[in-house]
Ligand binder design. Sequence first.
Ligand code: NAP
Ligand code: MG
Length: 483
Amino acid sequence: MTLVDWGKLPTDLFIGGVWRPAASGRRIDVVDPSTATVITSVADAGVEEAVAAVDAASAAAAAWAGTSPRQRAETLRRAFDLMTERREELAQLMSTENGKSLVDSRAEASYAAEFFRWYAEEAVRVRGEIAEAPAGTNSILVTYQPIGVAVLVTPWNFPAAMATRKIGPALAAGCTVVLKPATETPLTALALADLLTEAGVPAGVVNVVATSTPGPVVGAMLSDERVRMLSFTGSTEVGRVLLRQASDRVLKTAMELGGNAPFLVFDDADLEAALDGAMVAKMRNGGQACTAANRFYVQAGIHDAFVRGLTERMGRIVLGAGTDPDTQCGPLVNRASVEKADHLVRDAVARGASVTTGGEPPEEDGFFYPPTVLVDVPADAEILREEVFAPVAPVVRFEDPEEVLAAANDTIHGLVSYVFTGDVARGMRVAGRLESGMVGLNRGLVSDPAAPFGGVKQSGLGREGGHEGLLEFMEAKYVATSW
Ligand code: NAP
Ligand code: MG
């Protein structure tokens, strides 16, 4: 049984409120990672369509910025309601094009919808300020204005939430957007465009262009004078390239990049809570999350019990097709991801680590890798440096809390860290010294539309979610005045 009406699913480019094919006639195959077969294809935008999308966003900008905050709020609220109504259908769609389990897809559909509700609520809460100048000669008046046309570039791992986390605040702020979704998962983005139109978003306010040539297509938009902002979520590698391009026009950027999250378990931690947290932090989305626990550091006194518990829990996870209702962990997104996981595990084992569960990709057509636990992972193993993006948990034993802090911070990344301890004062001290934008203290999940999500160091610039996420799409206007 499928709720997705494949015949009615939009697969063209969405520009200026109109669905249209690419002028080149080119299309991109969309593959189901559970079976490695083609599901459908979507129109493949070139530079011509990228410029057309900016034309549309630019033409719609003044009218949208001129709507009342209340009107924008009501539109976003309708989008939340529609998304909530269609949660199951969107979940099916995501499980098909991304491969994630239905449990993960349903959770994502709800999480993604919450960005529309949260920013519906925030749209009417933009406050400026007024102050007397220190010299007493005049007043300092500050208001916030929409930044203008924003280009949004998103990854495949959360096809709905990474889009709504940008569209929600952009629309609330009064900006118009062009969304370039990931090539692996364009269908969810196109379904969202349809849903937003039904919610009352006017033509040109949201445009969606999938493309097999992201370099030139995004490049053309970034060099267009009418574009005022780039909001990107993806790898640090691509983020660096885009930051360089954005510098040519001193473009405002918001960057949500890669992570390498440490997960610290101290001797005094509640073992069950630490295991529950570890399973969420590692296995949400089958390990394919920027917030995924990448390295487990476990203190000597609790180490063996933690490894036994983690091995047992990881070992009983049901691996299967994304849309199979029994599946707990779906496939990885593509073949290259399986090869990368396999390489990282083999490298760790060659350097002295042992596998306590998993470790061998099954012989299947889909892109599967089994939940895997590695112990005694040496400091020089590649898996402790690289973003794993697979259901593989490398565990390192530690004795000294100072040493583990140094190891945790020894990375260019700084998105999120996890700490489990029964001593909250210790937990707060450690949280303060961890070099990451977010910390899960006795919790394996931090993502919340009401909180500022983002990284330090090379994990990014700016924050998404919270009130901060709205201000990213606005600029302060200061008026010096006397009366
Ligand atoms: P990616 O390869 O960096 O791609 C992200 C997006 O950028 C995709 O839409 C991609 O298009 C596009 N892109 C690729 N090359 C480009 C170029 N030269 N110019 C313009 N756009 C380009 O990342 P991914 O593999 O999709 O996603 C996984 C990464 O995202 C991980 O590193 C993960 O940590 C990170 N992530 C971060 C957060 C966060 O909030 N910090 C959240 C989720 C994911 P194509 O699909 O065509 O390659
Ligand atoms: Mg990619």
